[in-house]
Design a protein around this ligand. Sequence first.
Ligand SMILES: Cc1cc2nc3c(=O)[nH]c(=O)nc-3n(C[C@H](O)[C@H](O)[C@H](O)COP(=O)(O)OP(=O)(O)OC[C@H]3O[C@@H](n4cnc5c(N)ncnc54)[C@H](O)[C@@H]3O)c2cc1C
Length: 283
Amino acid sequence: MIERLCGFDLRDCVLRIELKSEPMKDTMDNTQHPAHNLPAPQIERVRHELRRRSLTVADVTDITPGMRRVVLTGDDLADFVSLAPDDHVKIFVSIPEGEERRDYTPRRYDNDARTLTIDFALHEAGPVTQWALDATPGATLAIGGPRGSAVVSTSVKRWLLIGDETALPAMGRRIEESDAATVITAIAAVADPSERQTFDTKAELNLHWAERPLADATDATSLLEVLRDVQIQPGTFVWVAAEASVARAVREYLVTERGYPLPWIKASGYWVKGKADTTEKFE
Ligand SMILES: Cc1cc2nc3c(=O)[nH]c(=O)nc-3n(C[C@H](O)[C@H](O)[C@H](O)COP(=O)(O)OP(=O)(O)OC[C@H]3O[C@@H](n4cnc5c(N)ncnc54)[C@H](O)[C@@H]3O)c2cc1C
């Protein structure tokens, strides 16, 4: 059983073993929070079979100068499943010393058409960004996962999404998959107006762009300036993902200056400046 779980690397293996001790599905405590006076939102954790899939590049488009969209195809996608917009797959790329792996968001997928779309924020390249820069139709790519989804209850109808370029795929997916009864405020840090994206959605969307040079991706100031003017209504789930120091600063601001309750915040460091293959989670 352990061999089967150790599909990709030791880190996946350890995590899968931890997950195995949990029930197949669970929910967070419904503790009342005085500052918010609402029960914490239910988050259902669903595990998926961990599989490695071999895919082929069908299409490559730069949706903005700094965001490359790659559409992958392959029969291995027939049973691909991703239940939450902030799921991630592992992308595997070969290097002379072996294999590198990084986390990326399934931006869109279609089992019938056997397609999976991934958006790559382009930066001074690590191995996966370099793969995306070199990608042309016909190239191959191996992916693994998602190994699980954290599904926030559909009873949550208000969202505040805050993030940088690496968070935009998950933010865009949340925006596009939401229904007409959902109200979303999104604040995205990008380098300049040419990096603004458009989203098709039935939801009521208030979209803010917080511009700053990519060299300042570790500075939360531009996001916080916009956030200070945003009213956060009770029952709003706040989702934050960015360079780790920025995600931490935004989370800290929400908790200490706005008194926003932690059960209604999910913040993640999607990358760490100066460190390859590094992410951070804030509990
Ligand atoms: C759950 C999750 C989902 C993610 N989804 C996406 C996604 O859909 N699209 C996406 O583009 N990214 C996404 N990321 C972020 C992505 O995994 C990292 O940016 C990753 O480090 C890129 O790998 P790399 O091989 O290019 O660079 P690495 O080898 O990891 O890093 C090389 C150098 O580049 C720096 N670096 C890494 N990322 C950036 C960046 N964005 N800007 C500037 N410098 C950087 C590092 O600090 C390091 O110094 C996600 C991360 C997580 C945790």
